[in-house]
Design a protein around this ligand. Structure first.
Ligand SMILES: [Zn+2]
Length: 498
């Protein structure tokens, strides 16, 4: 048996000013290709690792054309997308019994393909008609009819923060292998509801998203081979953004359809609970200060609108500016992306006192904002290569590359400044530069959800700080043109609408 296994992961924020070229995928030098793609999975708990493990157990020969993962950002460069398609189709066309793909499901390609994964799968199927294709998707996939049409099996993550990536890869891959052996005959149903679910409300540890995901688990208990509830990714102006469900039954298409609709109804009935309601930044910081004074911290200041895991610049300074103005001290800030500031601090050297503009270098035309740097004076405390390995429960084992990294200590704040966007999804963003996050009174994190498994356990409290950014949860900041309408909560629906 010969299998083709590959990973292509990108969550595209169509409002993001951050470009996504070929080089954005992978480690230092772009995507991992060939043998290096398989090697890059060693020690990880990613879907592609599960697929490789299944292949090894089955004694299959494996081709791995690429493993490619980029931070969420603006639309993928069409030339990069073409290279991925060509590599994948060539590997499959060389001869294989099945293809297993670790995809995201919310990739947009330039202004060419708003359904990147659907286009990739369409080409793959055209290249190798009749070859079964198993796909794992992120919980934030904006699943389309085209993806379902050109895949044999789809299974998504059931957790957010994502701690079951391996399980999703294993589920998709194992159903595919069973189908190859003639043990099952997968049939899929897909559907959606006109609902933009706020990312902040998609934590699967609590309602409403816990109920949505539990409904999928219930479907699997009832006999589905797989059921996946997708919260969707909403900072994407595409037709099918929003919640969706994919069910996989063994030969019973009506059962797959009925379960798909049942699971969707669970989310739709709770649509009001998928709406995030914020508060003014000053109120949030006053609350944080009270908590910090009372407990000694750390209190998490969550600058969620500038979360690079939603495609944001990771360089807005609104929250830090306001926190300093509000008199907060002992703030660990991280990370802020600003290659110019890093270069200036490296030139000055460790121990030097510098005054320089930090962050705010990137304009955000999609929300009508210019970049606003914050001029800071402080001591350069550390300079590193910005590399560390994730030890926490999510992306475990993944090698992270923040680019050259410098720490600016202003007295009130220690600001971790990096060259490459990097979500603070592990304590390593601080510990790798000599900061003990547990000893900070406040931790200003450009995080929306990933702080939960890693930073909540060391925190005494957390406060969501609403500020401008292209990852904002205030969708009135965006002008949607391609999104299907009407859609809740942008448009009203009668309360009895089903
Ligand atoms: Zn996700």
């Amino acid at each position: 048996m010969k299998l083709v296994v590959a990973q292509l992961q990108h969550e595209t924020n169509t409002f993001s000013p951050v470009p996504t070229p070929w080089s954005a995928f992978g480690g230092h030098d772009g995507p991992y290709l060939g043998r290096a793609a398989a090697d890059a999975m060693a020690g990880t708990r990613l879907p592609m690792k599960a697929m490789l493990d299944l292949a090894a157990t089955a004694g299959a020969h494996v081709e791995t054309p690429f493993a490619a993962w980029a931070n969420p950002s603006g639309p993928v460069d069409p030339d990069a997308f073409e290279r991925f398609c060509d590599l994948l189709c060539a590997a499959a066309s060389a001869g294989c019994d099945a293809v297993m793909l670790d995809l995201h499901g919310a990739m947009v390609v330039g202004d060419v393909f708003e359904d990147g994964e659907g286009e990739l799968l369409r080409r793959l199927r055209a290249a190798v008609p009749g070859v079964p294709i198993g796909v794992s998707l992120d919980l934030h996939a904006n699943v389309t009819a085209q993806m379902v049409e050109h895949a044999t099996v789809i299974a998504g993550y059931k957790t957010y923060p994502h701690v079951d990536q391996y399980d999703a890869g294993r589920l998709a891959g194992s159903i595919l292998l069973r189908a190859l052996r003639g043990e099952v005959r997968p049939v899929m149903a897909w559907g959606n509801r006109p609902l933009l679910a706020q990312t902040l409300k998609q934590n699967t540890g609590e309602s409403p998203n816990r109920d949505f995901v539990d409904a999928a688990r219930e479907g699997e208990r009832r006999g589905l081979l797989a059921a996946s509830s997708f919260g969707g990714f909403q900072q994407a102006d595409i037709h099918d953004a929003g919640i969706s469900v994919v069910t996989v039954a063994d030969g019973d298409a009506p059962f797959a359809r009925a379960e798909c609709e049942r699971i969707l109804d669970v989310a739709w009935a709770q649509r009001e609970d998928f709406v995030y309601r914020g508060r003014p930044l000053a109120d949030a910081l006053a609350d944080a200060k009270r908590q910090g004074d009372a407990t000694g911290g750390p209190i998490l200041l969550l600058d969620h609108a500038d979360n690079c895991a939603s495609g944001a610049n990771q360089d807005t300074m609104t929250v830090l500016r306001a926190a300093l103005a509000a008199g907060l001290t002992g703030i660990g800030v991280g990370p802020v992306r600003d290659p110019e500031a890093v270069a200036a601090m490296i030139a000055a050297g460790v121990g030097a006192t510098v005054t320089l503009p930090v962050g705010g270098k990137i304009d955000m035309p999609a929300i009508g904002r210019r970049g606003e740097p914050l001029v800071l004076t402080g001591v350069v405390r550390a300079i590193t290569d910005g590399e560390y390995t994730v030890t926490g429960p999510q992306f475990t084992g993944m090698r992270c590359f923040m680019g050259r990294t410098a720490v600016l200590d202003t007295g009130a704040a220690q600001v971790v400044v990096i060259e490459r966007n990097q979500e603070p999804w592990d304590l390593g963003v601080f510990t790798s530069v000599g900061i003990d996050p547990a000893r900070c009174r406040y931790l200003l994190l450009k995080s929306r959800m990933y702080f939960r498994p890693v930073f909540l356990p060391i925190a005494k409290g957390h406060v969501f700080c609403d500020a401008p950014g292209v990852g904002t949860s205030d969708w009135t900041a965006f002008e949607y043109r391609r999104l299907r309408r009407p859609i809740y909560p942008l448009d009203p629906f009668p309360t009895d609408h089903r």
